[in-house]
Structure formats: structure tokens, C-alpha cells
Design a binder for this molecule. Structure first.
Ligand SMILES: [Zn+2]
Ligand SMILES: [Zn+2]
Length: 283
């Protein structure tokens, strides 16, 4: 189980590796471009090459790219869906250039039309993105906290998308805070077992390829997406010990997306907290 974090690519993608090393991350997540703007400027080939060489030197990886928060391929607004497909395609292309495992993206909201109604367009959009970027870079659906009309707080919804798409290039990222907010008591051993059993029957544990490791500011079942530092939230250190001891996560990389103890984002104390728990559960 590798422990990593989301890091900034300010100044160029290859700058991220030193930042990840500085906080002790073993793998990292980056944005391919600003998550709050539609544009995805292409990564110059030389920069991508530098990124891959730096990653190799540092022994850093697997890298994942996090998609934009703006994308909503389940929306009833066709213009929004098209913009989302264009952006997601560019992000998948960037991920491929960087040698990343894939792009983790939020299924986002169906905006009132209902999951069943959104499903065909959702899988069609994913298929178009995958077809536009040949290779083996993955599209990774992230589990959601379940607020409003958001798709993906139920494992069954992600399972339905995956079944209807039927592509070897799809996987899932489980966010611990989102799972907690969606009502899975993963801090408790029976609760975790039940959640993973459900995940396995609806999706398949083989498709669990990444974890967003975040503690929770909000209570179990709140449906609210609010990350906290490891040990400071309601999942807590004991909860993460329970999660990290489970064999389902043994080969899955963990990526922190926490506020940071100094509010500067994922930091060394959070990485160290997870490493300490990993060492404890291994012993
Ligand atoms: Zn996310
Ligand atoms: Zn979140």
C-alpha cells in the first residue's frame, strides 16, 4: 500500500515531483489544468518527458490525474455534456502523456433527470472519451458523498455504469470521506466489511484501483463532502487503522486530499500519520 497525496503542478507538471518528495509522498495526484476553468492547455512534450524522468528518478508512482470539478456528463444540458467530454478527453490525453494510471473524475450530478435517464448518455460520453485517447490509461469513477442529485454515492450506480460500458479501461477510486458521508461506517470493522462486500458484489474489488484517504468533518451519513486531516475528523486514527488493515486495500495506492494542519493542503504530518498507521497494522 503506497501513501501519496495531491500536489500542485504550479510552474509545470514536472515541478510536482519535488513537492511530493518534500512531504514524503510515495505516489501523487495532480490536476492536468485548473480544476475550475474549462481550458486544458496541452502539456508540451518536453515537459511530459521531464515529468516521466523525474518520477522515475524519485521512484514516484502511480500518478493519477484528478479531473475538473466542472465536468458533468450526466447533466440534461447537452452543451455542458459536450464541454465535459472535450475537457475529460484532454485530461485523459495529459494523463497518458505523463504516464499516469488514469484520470479520476466525479460522476457529478444528473441535475434532476434521474440516474436511469442519465445512464445511456453517461456511458456514451465515457466511451467517446476513451475512443479519442487510445491506449491503456484509465477513466476512474470516484465514489461520491451523495448530496443533491450526485451520481455514485451508491456502489450500484457505479456498477451499472461499468457494466453498461463494458471496457477494460474503467476503474474506481473510493474516497473514504465520501463513503463515510454516504453512510458506510468504514471506521468500524463490521461496517467496513459490509461496505466492501457491497462494493465487491456491485462493482468488483478488482476494479478498486485508488483510494482518496480523507478524514471527515461531518457525521456518518451526512451526505456532505468535507475532508479533514487524518486523525482530526470523525473517522479518526482508529478508523484508518481499521481501513488500512483490510486486505482489500493491500495493493491500492492512497492519495491524501486533506486541508493540511497549516491549511496548505496535504502535508508531511498527514503523510506521516498514514505511514505510522500502515507500520502499525503491518506489525
Ligand atoms: Zn475527487
Ligand atoms: Zn471530497
Amino acid at each position: 500500500m503506497l501513501i501519496g497525496a495531491h500536489v500542485s503542478t504550479a510552474g509545470g507538471a514536472s515541478k510536482a515531483i519535488a513537492r511530493a518528495e518534500e512531504i514524503g509522498a510515495e505516489c501523487m495526484q495532480v490536476f492536468a489544468s485548473s480544476p475550475r476553468a474549462w481550458k486544458v492547455p496541452p502539456i508540451p512534450d518536453a515537459e511530459a518527458e521531464k515529468f516521466r524522468a523525474e518520477s522515475e528518478r524519485a521512484g514516484m508512482g502511480p500518478t493519477v490525474v484528478h479531473g475538473k470539478y466542472l465536468c458533468a456528463i450526466g447533466s440534461p444540458d447537452p452543451e455542458l455534456v459536450e464541454k465535459s467530454v472535450v475537457a475529460l478527453t484532454a485530461e485523459l490525453q495529459s494523463a497518458k502523456q505523463l504516464g499516469a494510471l488514469g484520470v479520476i473524475f466525479h460522476p457529478a450530478s444528473h441535475r434532476g433527470q434521474g440516474f436511469e435517464a442519465a445512464l445511456p448518455q453517461f456511458t456514451d460520453a465515457m466511451r467517446r472519451v476513451l475512443d479519442a485517447v487510445p491506449g491503456d490509461t484509465l477513466l476512474m469513477l470516484e465514489t461520491s458523498a451523495g448530496s443533491g442529485d450526485h451520481i455514485g454515492s451508491k456502489f450500484s450506480e457505479l456498477g451499472q455504469i461499468i457494466k453498461s460500458l463494458n471496457s477494460p479501461r474503467v476503474a474506481v477510486c473510493l474516497d473514504t470521506q465520501h463513503a463515510w458521508a454516504a453512510g458506510h461506517d468504514i471506521a468500524d470493522s463490521d461496517g467496513l466489511e459490509a461496505a466492501l462486500k457491497k462494493f465487491d458484489s456491485e462493482i468488483g474489488l478488482g476494479l478498486l484501483r485508488a483510494v482518496h484517504a480523507n478524514d471527515s468533518k461531518r457525521e456518518l451519513g451526512s451526505a456532505v463532502d468535507r475532508h479533514d486531516n487524518i486523525g482530526e475528523g470523525l473517522i479518526g486514527t482508529a478508523g484508518f487503522r481499521n481501513i488500512m488493515a483490510h486486505k482489500a486495500f493491500a495493493d491500492v495506492p492512497f492519495y491524501l486530499e486533506v486541508p493540511g494542519f497549516d491549511k496548505t493542503g496535504p502535508d508531511k504530518p498527514n503523510v506521516d500519520a498514514l505511514k505510522k498507521i500502515r507500520a502499525e497494522v503491518k506489525a
